[in-house]
Every structure is written in structure tokens, then in C-alpha cells.
Ligand binder design. Structure first.
Ligand SMILES: Cc1cc2nc3c(=O)[nH]c(=O)nc-3n(C[C@H](O)[C@H](O)[C@H](O)COP(=O)(O)OP(=O)(O)OC[C@H]3O[C@@H](n4cnc5c(N)ncnc54)[C@H](O)[C@@H]3O)c2cc1C
Length: 422
């Protein structure tokens, strides 16, 4: 008999999981409280598929930077003092994982998953031809500060044996690769090109995957908010929504930043914090000339060409579940982008700008949480933080493997929930 699965969340992660499960013959239903797929964090992210960004944000030294920038509206990392009481436990885990050895271990685990994930995404693209303004030009990471460049080079060298290709460029070579950097070449001390990185619109991709999943038999129930899980000692018995109770053999939690709330009553503590970020999408009337997505290392900013649009994304704000659009924060990333591409100013004046904010579901140690839970029929696929687009295909495939009882292509141990159970 066909087993039924309910996936909670129709973002990048839930939708891709639903596709793989349907492909393996499960009877799949996806629930989402919103009116369509990918309307929360997967809506307007930076668009980068970047194994090159595998190192989690709690690199040794982050605490010092956070404290230095405390309360500064224009800083790339902003910790609001009012958020502190609500993030104490998570913050301790974040700091604990920021020591050199665990940080390197997390970086390697995320890199393995990211490289696998981009391969799986390539297979999906080959198989399904989703249209998502995809680009295969790598990324170029720019540096204005020599010690930051040296640190990144050291990491790039250490990760090369694991499969991350990278090339150091001097400012002239950087402009040769991406002529749009011409205006800031005198500020640069160098750049690193990661040729295997890719980019594309995560929202368009999720819409395409939802369409293919529906064609493969997946049922989507939108405007359906899961309010609680009904459980006995070992299994989930049902999901209580605002309309009814929904039953299945298996449940997958892919609710992004809102995953912890749903399992807290089950005494499962998912250490995921909603780290707020912003994006601005500009459609220049005269088009744009950016060919290679740019990562501005010091400003924590990315500039990504998505067809005739440019997506600028960045900033990390620790401010709980607040999703108000702060004009100072989105204005600040736009100003930084205009400092790199002065030609954007005209489009901004003409008003072709869409601002957005989203909450990155960030685990305290970096890697996502995939697979089994103490409840036999509940599985996690959540906590992808700043890299959910990069990690979606691989994570979804691993979770589908675990549910099916197949051995995943990469060892899922580093992403297990059990790492938090002590
Ligand atoms: C500014 C910014 C830039 C980023 N840039 C990049 C990038 O360049 N590259 C990259 O790889 N990643 C990037 N990310 C990260 C990436 O966008 C996320 O990791 C990813 O979108 C998370 O996907 P998700 O499906 O887990 O969460 P979501 O997209 O948030 O999906 C969760 C879904 O669950 C639903 N839901 C929640 N609670 C319930 C409930 N109780 N009942 C029913 N439904 C519920 C929500 O409505 C939502 O649709 C960025 C994020 C931000 C904020």
C-alpha cells in the first residue's frame, strides 16, 4: 500500500522534498499557511548557489564584530539589544560552535552538502528544465582589505581538496572577468573567482518545482496553517490546522524559521534563530551589464543578475520574528550596491525598485537539520540559514532517502538532530 506523507511548508525546502518523495511513489500532500509556494524566506533571496559560502557566520571573531556594531542601522550585522533575552540559549550554542575546530567541522559538512546539492540541482534542471533565470558564471568575491583577502584565501586553499575550485585574481584580472567592477578597481586589493558557483531565482525555481510536483500527483493545500501536532509517546498522530485535523503515515517538517515552535510542545528543541535579511530588486530600464554575480565580502552584500533584473541582498539582523521593512536597512544595501555599480542610480530614481525582507532559519552551529527525530514518523528538513537555495536539492534528496530507507549518497550524520540531544 502507498504510504502517505504530509510536508509542512511549501518553500524551497518543502517543495523540493515533495518532488523527490512523489518520484519515489509516496502519496504526498504539502501544507502551507500562505496562498502559494515560496512566499516567505524563499521569495526574494540573494539568488546564489554558492558552495563557496559554506563557512557558517559564527567564524571566530564574530562576537567582537557584533558587539562593535551593536545597534548601528547601517552595519552588515546588527544585533538589537531587545532581541538578547529571546536568543540566549541559541546564542550560547552559536558562540560554542564558533571555536576554530567546530567551525571548521561545520564548514566542511556544509561544503559537502552544498557540492552534492548543486549536483542534484543540475540533475533536476536536466530532467525538468525549470525556468528560473539560471546562470553558470560562478561568483566573484571582492576584497578591499588585505587581511580579509588573506583569510579567505587560506580557507579556499583548505577547502580545495574537498572539491571547491577557486582562483585568486588581482584587481585587473577581476575587472577582466567582470568589467562592471571597473569603477571600483582602485579600491580592490584582489578578488576570488569560484567558477563552479551558480545563480538563479529561488522563487521561480520553487514555482516550477511545485508545478512538476503537482503533475506528479502532489497535492498542495495553501492557506492552511498547522497549529499543533497531536502525538502519542512515539509517533505523530495528526496535524491540527485551523480548519481540520490532517493524518498521514509520515510527516516532514520544512517550515523554515517557524519549525521550532511546532515541535517545542513535543519537547524537541530545534536551535534555529530567524536571522533577518533584506533584498532589493532593480529592473534597470537600460538593462544591466553584470555577468558574474558579485559577493562583497566586507559589506556582506551580494549583487546577482537574474535575467534583466538585478538582485541585491545582504545584512543580518538579530531581532526575533520581526518582519517589518526597515527603510534604513534596505536603503543601506542599495547605497552600497550603487557604490559598486553607479549606473543603478538612474533606475532607482525612476522607482523600479522592490524591497523585501526575510528570516533565515539559522541553526546555532551552521549545518541544517535533516532526517530522523525521536518520533518514528516525523522527519526534519529545516535550518538551512543563509544557504537554503544552495542546499535545497541535496537536503531534499537526503531526507527522501532516509524516509525510504536508502543509504544517502553522502553521510547524513553531520546534519542529524541527534547532535543537539545532550
Ligand atoms: C536576504 C536573504 C538572502 C539570501 N540569499 C541566499 C542566497 O543567495 N543563496 C542561498 O542559498 N540562500 C539564501 N538565503 C537563504 C534561503 O533563502 C533560505 O535558507 C531558504 O529560503 C529557506 O527555505 P525554507 O523552505 O526552509 O523556508 P521558507 O521559504 O520560509 O518556507 C517555509 C514555509 O513554511 C510555511 N509555514 C511556516 N509555518 C507554518 C505553519 N505553522 N503552517 C503551515 N505553513 C507554515 C511558510 O509559510 C513558508 O512558506 C537568503 C535568505 C535571505 C533572508
Amino acid at each position: 500500500m502507498t504510504s502517505s506523507v504530509v510536508v509542512i511548508g511549501a518553500g524551497l525546502i518543502g517543495t523540493t522534498t515533495a518532488w523527490y518523495l512523489a518520484e519515489r511513489g509516496f502519496d504526498v500532500t504539502v501544507l502551507d499557511r500562505r496562498e502559494g509556494p515560496a512566499l516567505e524566506t524563499s521569495y526574494a533571496n540573494g539568488g546564489l548557489l554558492t558552495p563557496s559560502e559554506a563557512d557558517p557566520w559564527n567564524a571566530p571573531g564574530t562576537l567582537g564584530r557584533l558587539l562593535r556594531w551593536l545597534g548601528r542601522e547601517d552595519s552588515p550585522l546588527l544585533l538589537r539589544p531587545t532581541a538578547l533575552p529571546g536568543m540566549l540559549k541559541w546564542g550560547i550554542g552559536f558562540l560554542h560552535a564558533s571555536r576554530a575546530v567546530p567551525h571548521r567541522r561545520s564548514t566542511e559538512a556544509i561544503l559537502r552538502l552544498a557540492l552534492y546539492s548543486v549536483r542534484m540541482l543540475d540533475e533536476l534542471v536536466y530532467q525538468l528544465h525549470p525556468d528560473f533565470d539560471a546562470l553558470n558564471n560562478g561568483t566573484i568575491k571582492i576584497f578591499r582589505n588585505r587581511s580579509a583577502l588573506e583569510q579567505s584565501l587560506e580557507l579556499a586553499d583548505a577547502l580545495r581538496p574537498l572539491g571547491l575550485e577557486s582562483h585568486l585574481l588581482d584587481p585587473c584580472e577581476a575587472v577582466g572577468l567582470e568589467p562592471a567592477l571597473n569603477t571600483i578597481s582602485d579600491q580592490l586589493v584582489g578578488a576570488i573567482h569560484y567558477p563552479a558557483d551558480q545563480s538563479g531565482d529561488a522563487h521561480l525555481f520553487t514555482l516550477a518545482m511545485a508545478k512538476h510536483a503537482a503533475a506528479a500527483g502532489v497535492k498542495f493545500r495553501f492557506n492552511t496553517s498547522v497549529q499543533a501536532m497531536r502525538v502519542d509517546a512515539t509517533r505523530i498522530q495528526g496535524l491540527i490546522t485551523q480548519q481540520d485535523e490532517i493524518h498521514a503515515d509520515i510527516y516532514v517538517l520544512a517550515a523554515g524559521s517557524y519549525s521550532p515552535q511546532l515541535v517545542r510542545p513535543l519537547k524537541l528543541r530545534l536551535p534555529i534563530y530567524p536571522v533577518k535579511g533584506y533584498s532589493v530588486t532593480v529592473t534597470p530600464a537600460q538593462g544591466h551589464s553584470l555577468r558574474v554575480p558579485v559577493v562583497d565580502f566586507e559589506q556582506k552584500l551580494v549583487l546577482t543578475p537574474l535575467g534583466d533584473r538585478l538582485r541585491i541582498a545582504g545584512t543580518a539582523e538579530f531581532n526575533g520574528y520581526d518582519i517589518t521593512l526597515n527603510a534604513a536597512r534596505s536603503g543601506s544595501i542599495l547605497c552600497q550596491a550603487m557604490a559598486i555599480l553607479p549606473g543603478l542610480a538612474a533606475s532607482v530614481e525612476q522607482g523600479g525598485v522592490i524591497s523585501w525582507t526575510g528570516l533565515r532559519p539559522m541553526t546555532c552551529d551552521g549545518p541544517p537539520v535533516l532526517g530522523k527525530t525521536p518520533y518514528g514518523n516525523l522527519f526534519f528538513n529545516t535550518g538551512h540559514g543563509p544557504l537554503g537555495w544552495t542546499l535545497c536539492a541535496g537536503s531534499a534528496r537526503i531526507v527522501a532517502d532516509v524516509i525510504t530507507g536508502r543509504t544517502p549518497d553522502i553521510d547524513p550524520g553531520a546534519y542529524s538532530f541527534s547532535r543537539f540531544m545532550h
